[in-house]
Design a protein around this ligand. Structure first.
Ligand code: MEV
Length: 438
């Protein structure tokens, strides 16, 4: 059957499902009923979700969990997390509790500046473009007044616009490099609207500029778009305590633990293969909160990984040391987040997540997200350098295997009891269930 289609978006939801079913499902009746099982019975709620994107045929659920006991700058938070990986919420909760008993997380905002660029081509003398830019600069601000008025009332707006000459790297290529303060909104729409107006002003004013030749007047705007690399929109999160205070059930010798832990961080600082996995552990925490609070996790991921490579090699985002018998573990990460606008006022669960976080400002959310990332990293490194990761991972994974086998309550209890003191592997659990059933 033909798998090419035109006008798919114009089909009704039912027609879209049937089109897919005819071409891709081996058991169309059953697959269609699964798709529909995930529709919300509340029609208006379903319509809201349908309209978030184009061609919606169903909803895709992720667990929405809570990691309690996050003590951040003296305040307790219960952190909402949307994530599918079994052990993440458990690890964050464990880590939060561990650090709450040792003073909690200290977080600081190091900057909130966002960036956007107009990329354009100019054929002429760069000095003439520089003169044109400095004479025209006020126009870039005045022509965007209608866009910036509301943002200025909230204390934000355009911070600065610079002309950058990039011709050494690419022929005729220049940029308007603008910086913004967007307060509690992530600011993507605001920034992109301002940039598109800058581009318009740039083209119009160049045409009117008497000192330009005809070639110089003919500026080609390639694109106007915000940058997801935000190295000056950064938050720092830190935990610290006396080395001896690290002691607990799995940390019998705190100094040995701290030294091994620091060594693990140092490996991630110099070894990109390890750094990627190390940072992935941090992102387990970060993405889950970013997603639950309706923020753009792709933007956050792109920005953070670019930041992790800013010195030329991909490296660990977190660092650790012992100084004067104090163990400290910290990281600085760029985070462009919003707590107003976008999905934050549309998605009912996002509103709930923000309410659980006591309606934070964007800066507060940056701090909560960073603390969760650091907690996750601590949990992963603690397991890796002590019991090994599989112990906790497989305990949580047992549930997935039990669900896969549709185990009943008695089977679940028997399996869990048996694996309290047997090594958990996928094969061993499967074998045990099969033995129970025979
Ligand atoms: C798994 O999702 C994350 C870890 O691999 C992170 C790490 O290795 O640090 C456990």
């Amino acid at each position: 059957m033909n798998k090419e289609v035109t006008g798919f978006s114009k089909l009704s939801k039912e027609e879209k499902i049937n089109w897919i079913a005819d071409r891709y499902f081996s058991n169309p009746k059953e697959s269609i009923s699964i798709l529909k099982q995930y529709w919300n019975s509340d029609e208006s709620l379903q319509m809201l979700h349908d309209d978030f994107i184009e061609n919606t045929i169903s909803n895709f659920y992720l667990p929405f969990g809570i990691a309690p006991n996050f003590l951040i700058n003296g305040n307790y938070y219960s952190v909402p997390m949307a994530i599918e990986e079994s052990s993440v919420v458990a690890a964050a909760s464990k880590s939060a509790k561990f650090w709450a008993a040792r003073g909690g997380f200290k977080t600081t905002i190091l900057g909130t500046e966002k960036i956007g660029q107009v990329h354009f081509l100019y054929h002429g003398k760069s000095e003439k473009l520089e003169k044109f830019f400095s004479e025209t600069k006020p126009k870039f601000f005045s022509n965007t007044e209608s866009l910036t008025k509301n943002m200025q009332k909230r204390g934000g707006g355009i911070l600065d616009i610079k002309l950058k000459n990039k011709t050494a790297e690419l022929e005729n290529y220049y940029q308007l490099h603008a910086t913004f303060e967007t307060k509690d909104s992530m600011g993507a729409n605001f920034i992109n609207s301002c940039l598109e107006q800058f581009a318009k002003t740039l083209k119009e004013e160049a045409l009117l500029y008497n000192n330009f030749t005809e070639d110089e007047k003919d500026i080609t705007v390639i694109m106007s778009i915000l940058s997801n690399f935000v190295p000056n929109c950064v938050v720092r999160a830190e935990v610290s305590c006396k080395v001896e205070d690290l002691a607990e059930k799995h940390i019998q010798n705190p100094r040995e633990f701290a030294e091994k832990f620091i060594q693990a961080v140092k490996i991630a600082e110099i070894e990109p293969y390890r750094a990627v996995t190390h940072n992935k552990g941090i992102m387990n925490g970060i993405d889950a909160v970013v997603l639950a609070t309706g923020n753009d996790f792709r933007a956050v991921e792109a920005g953070i990984h670019a930041y992790a490579s800013r010195k030329g090699t991909y490296s660990s985002l977190s660092h650790a040391k012992i100084e004067n018998d104090i163990f400290s573990f910290w990281m600085e990460i760029p985070l462009a987040l919003g707590t107003v606008g976008g999905l934050t006022s549309l998605h009912p669960l996002v509103k709930i997540a923000l309410e659980i976080l006591q309606k934070p400002s964007a800066q507060e959310l940056m701090q909560i997200v960073a603390a969760t990332g650091l907690a996750q990293n601590f949990a992963a490194l603690r397991s890796l350098t002590t019991t090994g990761i599989q112990d906790g991972h497989m305990k949580m994974h047992i549930n997935n295997i039990l669900n896969q086998f549709q185990a009943n309550i008695t089977e679940r209890n028997k399996v869990k009891m048996h694996f309290e003191n047997h090594t958990i592997t996928h094969a061993a659990v499967v074998e045990y269930i099969e033995k129970l059933r025979n």
